[in-house]
Ligand binder design. Structure first.
Ligand SMILES: [Zn+2]
Ligand SMILES: [Zn+2]
Length: 166
């Protein structure tokens, strides 16, 4: 399946002409999706509620997806689940702009890709783990201690003998 270049672009022009308080939900679901310039996502699901306010359109998003990464302890390839909720105002003009400085494009085509990418990346753990109690790799022989045991683990840590280099 071809990937759309702007998978999270929605046309919200019609919301602008509605009365204050009107809102509309946009649902997204992709088995896999790519958010430029660097984010591969799987099982992507989300909803954006777009509401007309006096200052602009308020977007309340709730998105989740998983992204491929590596466990920092055992180096296994894992899918890290990311979930985020956010509210952002896309202002009608720079006079009503919020701190994040977002302005509604004149053509009413709103690409939520950059903002969803940013919020999902905030949720990315600095040290991803395959599971909270991952035992990691033996620092001496390198076996995966989640699936194997090795002689080095039965020794008291005070008695570990590191073999000479020759
Ligand atoms: Zn692990
Ligand atoms: Zn070992």
């Amino acid at each position: 399946m071809a990937h759309p270049r702007y998978p999270l672009r929605i046309n919200v022009g019609f919301v602008v002409s509605q009365s204050i308080g009107y809102s509309r939900e946009f649902h997204f679901e992709f088995a896999d999706v790519y958010l430029q310039p660097d984010l591969d996502l799987y099982q992507f699901k989300g909803v954006a509620k777009v509401s007309r306010t006096p200052q602009g359109l308020l977007v309340q998003g709730h998105f989740q997806a998983s992204t491929p990464t590596q466990c920092v302890r055992c180096l296994a390839d894992i899918q890290q689940l990311l979930e985020t909720q956010f509210s952002e105002l896309y202002a009608f003009s720079s006079r009503t702009m919020s701190e994040s400085g977002l302005i509604l494009p004149e053509d009413g085509n709103l690409d939520l890709g950059p903002i969803v990418r940013e919020y999902l990346l905030i949720e990315m753990p600095i040290s991803p783990l395959c599971r909270p109690d991952c035992k990691g790799l033996c620092t001496i022989c390198g076996v995966d201690l989640n699936t194997e045991t090795c002689e080095h683990q039965s020794m008291g840590s005070a008695h570990i003998i590191i073999p000479g280099s020759d």
